[in-house]
Design a protein around this ligand. Structure first.
Ligand code: PAF
Length: 312
């Protein structure tokens, strides 16, 4: 497989059939673009020549796994062209150490993207995403950014929104794909889309799990092999919780799940909450909201493991 790491060499798509040919071609020859203007001019020219073309966008921070692959696959099935980005966004990290230690296996990531049909990889450096003229914005996220994860990570979701705001302007996608694993992020991003004039449709893709149930995450590489197997207790707890709500009060079912997790050696619950799936406000009864999600973070072997399930 080959990829083109130059910012030029842009094929001239002049009709839909040619576009589809190139899409096939690109499965073995992904285009890598590092400059924001080059990417945006390229996509503008494709749209001009093919007014019906649809563009899907999968933003990532790299260290890709099968969960990301499922976002790319979803994008390729829904859109004519799939653009993925890899950019470790400093504005969403609280501690510099977390940012510095973030894994960057770029060759492996490129291979995964090519294997899953990504057409264009946007691989910018800091100045391409945040030129000196860019002023970090404070979005009105209806406090969605301050709850749950946001309570212990001040500024995190504003950072996520700033980078996506920039990407959505550069790529102008029709669809943007996010994993349900970061449930709060998906709700925050939907709010960002409401605030933007021409935002993409936000598509939330179900959680991809290891065979034993652990939600796939870039952080899982920090677990031991045994830890990875054992950590399936989180999924077991939340699926049992969902089942329990059929004949048990919600608060009792939540309590039971917490006790189950706390009984696992080495596990520490950061939070396990039943929330209104749209407002993220905590709920105590199933009747309190049209849709309810259970969100949890459990620390295990020193790794923060996120998971969630939709109850109704
Ligand atoms: O979910 C992530 O990997 C990041 O938060 C995102 C959406 C790529 C923004 O940096």
């Amino acid at each position: 497989m080959f990829y083109n790491c130059k910012d030029t060499a842009v094929p001239n798509y002049n009709n839909h059939a040619v576009l589809l040919f190139f899409k096939y071609f690109y499965r073995i020859y992904m285009h890598i673009i590092k400059t924001a203007n080059v990417l945006s001019d390229y996509l503008t020219s494709i749209r001009r020549d093919n007014p019906k073309v649809t563009i899907g966008f999968v933003p990532t921070m790299g260290a890709l796994h099968e969960g990301h692959a499922s976002l790319v696959t979803e994008s390729t099935s829904k859109s004519d062209i799939t653009v993925c980005s890899i950019f470790v966004n400093p504005t969403q990290f609280g501690e510099a150490a977390d940012l510095d230690n973030y894994p960057k296996p770029i060759e492996k990531d490129i291979e995964l993207l090519m294997d899953n049909g990504c057409d264009i990889l946007f691989l910018p450096d800091y100045n391409q995403v945040y030129p000196t003229s860019y002023v970090q914005q404070k979005f009105n996220l209806n406090d969605l950014d301050l709850k749950i994860e946001g309570a212990s990570r001040p500024g995190h979701f504003q950072g996520v929104c700033n980078v996506l705001f920039r990407f959505f302007h550069i790529v102008k996608p029709d669809f943007a794909f996010f994993g349900q694993k970061d449930y709060q992020q998906s709700i925050v991003v939907k709010r960002l889309a409401e605030l933007m004039d021409s935002a993409p449709e936000i598509v939330v893709v179900p959680i991809k799990r290891e065979p034993h149930g652990l939600a796939m995450s870039s952080r899982n590489v920090r677990l031991s092999e045994k830890g990875k197997m054992n950590a399936a207790f989180i999924y077991k707890a939340i699926t049992q919780l969902k089942e329990d709500t059929e004949d048990m009060a919600l608060t009792d079912a939540v309590q039971k799940a917490k006790q189950f997790i706390s009984a696992q050696k080495g596990a520490r619950i950061d939070y396990l909450l039943a929330v209104d799936a749209s407002t993220l406000n905590e709920v105590s009864h199933l009747e309190e909201a049209d849709s309810i999600a259970v969100v949890t973070v459990v620390e295990y072997e020193g790794v923060r493991l996120l998971d969630n399930i939709i109850l109704k």
